[in-house]
Design a protein around this ligand. Structure first.
Ligand code: MN
Length: 537
C-alpha cells in the first residue's frame, strides 16, 4: 500500500530539489484520490516530473504553464481509465509527451501529446480542451483524433490509416509526429496485449508507421519503431543481429575514439568550432546490410563496410564545406562515395554532406557533416519547421511528394492497390543521378531514364525519344544506376508511349502518362483489380 503523502513527495521533491525546474502545479488538487493511493500514482508522478524536466532542459523559457494545464486536463479526463497492463491510462499520453519532449519540440506539441487521447474516449470536447490549453493545442489534438480508424486489422484499415495520416501531414506534419510517438509508446508496451494483436500491430508498424515516420524525416522515432517491430516479428533474427552489434562494438568504440580525437585536433587547428559525435547503429538497418550474407561472414563484411560512423555538426554551411576540406586532407576519400545533400536535399528535406574515407589504419569511416538546423531536421523531420520555435513552415514545394501520395488515391482503385503503391513509394531506397549540368536529382531505386525525364519536367518526359547515360546511348526504359549523368534526347515525338506506363517507377511519371491518355489509361487501370490487368497493353 502506497502512502498518499509519499506519492506526492515523489513529484514535489523531484521538482523542487532539482533546483532549476520551476515549481510544479499543485498536485494535491489535481491527482484524483484513487490514483494517488495506487502504485500507479508513483509512475504518474515520475512521468510528470521527467516531462517537465525534459521541457525545461530543452528551453528554460519553455511554456510549462501550458504543459501543466494539459497535464491537469488529462489527469482529470482519464482518471477512471486503465491500460491493459493495469497502469493508469494517463501514463500513456504522459509517456508519449516525454518521447517528444526528449526530441526538443515546442510547448504546444508537448501539450497536444499529453492531451492526444482526451477527445477520443472521454467526455472532453474540443471547446473544453481549447479553453483549458490553447486553440493551437486543440486543433492539433482534433487532427490527431481524426486519424483513428476502426481496427479491423485488414488492408482496408491500413490503407485508410495511411491516407488519413498523409492528409493530416499535409495540413501539419506535427500531427504525424504525435501519431508516430503515440505508436512508439504502444510498441514499447506491446507485451500487455494478446499475442495475435501484438503481431497485427507490429506488422502495421513496420508497413505503415515506420515508413511514414521515416519519410517525414522523423528518423529517431522511425528507427525505434523498426527495431521494435523487428523484435516482435522475428525475435530470433533480432537476437542474432543484436549480438553481432554487441560483438563489434568494442572494436568500433576504439576506432571511434581515434577518429574523433584526430578530427577534432585538425578542426581546431583550422579554427572550426564543430561538435563531433559517434553514430549509434540500429538493429534493423544492420540486419538489412547482412540479410543476404551467410551469418558466418557477418562479422567480416560488416567490419569492412560499416565499422564507424561519425557526425560533425557545424555552425553554418560554410563551415560544413570547410570541415569537408579538412577531412579530405586528413584521410583519403573513397571514390564515388561523396554525397552533397546540402546542395540537393533528399525528398524528406534531409540535408548533410556524406563522405567516406579511409580512416586511421585504412579502416573505412563514414562522416556526415551538417549544421545544427539540418541536424534538428534529421531528427524530427519536416515537422521541425513547425515543431521548433524558430523558422517558417516548409513551402508546398517542400512537401510536394506528400501531396503526390495523397492525390494518388484518386488513381488507385482498391485499398490494396493504394496501400501497396504508397508503401512501396515510402520505403523505396533513393538513388542520386545527375543532369548534364551537374545538378543532382533524387529518384527511387529502380527508376528509369523516363522517370528522370518526367522528374525534370512533364514536357521533357512526353517528348523523350532517347537518352544518353554518361555520354553513351542508353535505353529510356532502362533502370538507372546511382551516380550516372543522364541526358534526355527529344523533340520529335508528340507524346508518350502507352507501354511506358508499365515501366515507370515514380507516381509523377505514372500520373503524367495517365493524364495524357485520359480515358484509355483509365480503362487500363480500371480493368478487374488483378495484377494482370496491367499486362493487357
Ligand atoms: Mn494514444
Amino acid at each position: 500500500m502506497v502512502n498518499v503523502n509519499s506519492v506526492l513527495d515523489v513529484s514535489l521533491t523531484g521538482c523542487v530539489d532539482d533546483g532549476t525546474v520551476p515549481r510544479c502545479l499543485d498536485w494535491e488538487g489535481v491527482l484524483p484520490q484513487g490514483l494517488v493511493s495506487s502504485p500507479g500514482g508513483v509512475l504518474v508522478s515520475k512521468l510528470i516530473r521527467e516531462l517537465r524536466q525534459a521541457c525545461f532542459r530543452c528551453d528554460p523559457e519553455f511554456d510549462l504553464g501550458l504543459v501543466d494545464a494539459g497535464i491537469r486536463l488529462a489527469l482529470d479526463a482519464h482518471s477512471d481509465q486503465k491500460r491493459l497492463s493495469g497502469e493508469p491510462f494517463v501514463t500513456h499520453p504522459l509517456a508519449v509527451a516525454n518521447i517528444l519532449a526528449g526530441l526538443g519540440v515546442s510547448a504546444p506539441v508537448v501539450t497536444a501529446a499529453v492531451c492526444h487521447d482526451v477527445l477520443e474516449d472521454t467526455g472532453v470536447t474540443v471547446d473544453m480542451l481549447s479553453n483549458a490549453t490553447s486553440v493551437e493545442v486543440a486543433r492539433l489534438v482534433e487532427a490527431v483524433s481524426k486519424i483513428v480508424v476502426p481496427a479491423s486489422g485488414g488492408v482496408d484499415s491500413q490503407a485508410a490509416t495511411l491516407q488519413k495520416m498523409l492528409t493530416a501531414a499535409l495540413g501539419d506534419p506535427r500531427v504525424v509526429l504525435i501519431k508516430s510517438a503515440d505508436r512508439l509508446h504502444n510498441m514499447r508496451t506491446l507485451g500487455a496485449l494478446p499475442p495475435e494483436k501484438q503481431d497485427r500491430i507490429a506488422l502495421e508498424t513496420r508497413e505503415v508507421y515506420a515508413p511514414l515516420a521515416f519519410r517525414i524525416g522523423a528518423s529517431v522515432i522511425a528507427r525505434e519503431l523498426e527495431d521494435l517491430a523487428f523484435q516482435r516479428l522475428e525475435p530470433e533474427m533480432f537476437g542474432m543481429v543484436s549480438q553481432l552489434i554487441a560483438r563489434l562494438s568494442p572494436q568500433r568504440d576504439a576506432m571511434l575514439t581515434k577518429v574523433t580525437s584526430e578530427l577534432s585536433r585538425e578542426l581546431k587547428a583550422a579554427g572550426l568550432e564543430c561538435v563531433i559525435s559517434g553514430r549509434t547503429k540500429h538493429v534493423w538497418s544492420t540486419y538489412k546490410k547482412v540479410v543476404n550474407l551467410d551469418p558466418g561472414d557477418w562479422d567480416e563484411m560488416l567490419g569492412v563496410w560499416d565499422l564507424v560512423g561519425v557526425r560533425v555538426v557545424c555552425e553554418n554551411v560554410r563551415d560544413c564545406y570547410a570541415t569537408l576540406g579538412v577531412v579530405h586532407e586528413l584521410w583519403r576519400p573513397l571514390p564515388n562515395r561523396f554525397r552533397d545533400y546540402i546542395a540537393s536535399p533528399k525528398f524528406n528535406l534531409y540535408q548533410s554532406l556524406h563522405v567516406n574515407v579511409l580512416g586511421p589504419g585504412g579502416v573505412p569511416v563514414e562522416i556526415q557533416i551538417r549544421t545544427q538546423e539540418m541536424h534538428e531536421r534529421a531528427t524530427i523531420g519536416v515537422a521541425a519547421h513547425w515543431a521548433y520555435k524558430k523558422g517558417g513552415p516548409p513551402t508546398t514545394q517542400d512537401l510536394e511528394w506528400m501531396l503526390r501520395l495523397v492525390e494518388w488515391q484518386t488513381t488507385a482503385d482498391t485499398a490494396e492497390e493504394y496501400l501497396e503503391a504508397v508503401v512501396a513509394e515510402l520505403t523505396e531506397d533513393e538513388i542520386q543521378v545527375f543532369t548534364p549540368s551537374g545538378e543532382m536529382v533524387s529518384l527511387p531505386a529502380g527508376a528509369t531514364a523516363l522517370d528522370f525525364a518526367y522528374q525534370i519536367h512533364t514536357d521533357i518526359g512526353h517528348g523523350a525519344t532517347g537518352v544518353k547515360i554518361d555520354g553513351q546511348p542508353g535505353l529510356l526504359t532502362g533502370q538507372l544506376q546511382p551516380g550516372v549523368t543522364v541526358q534526355v534526347l527529344g523533340g520529335r515525338r508528340s507524346g508518350p508511349d502507352l507501354e511506358w506506363f508499365r515501366v515507370v517507377r515514380t507516381p509523377r511519371a505514372r500520373e503524367a502518362i495517365k493524364r495524357w491518355f485520359g480515358k484509355a489509361a483509365r480503362q487500363l487501370t480500371n480493368e478487374p483489380t488483378t495484377p494482370t490487368s496491367q499486362q493487357t497493353v
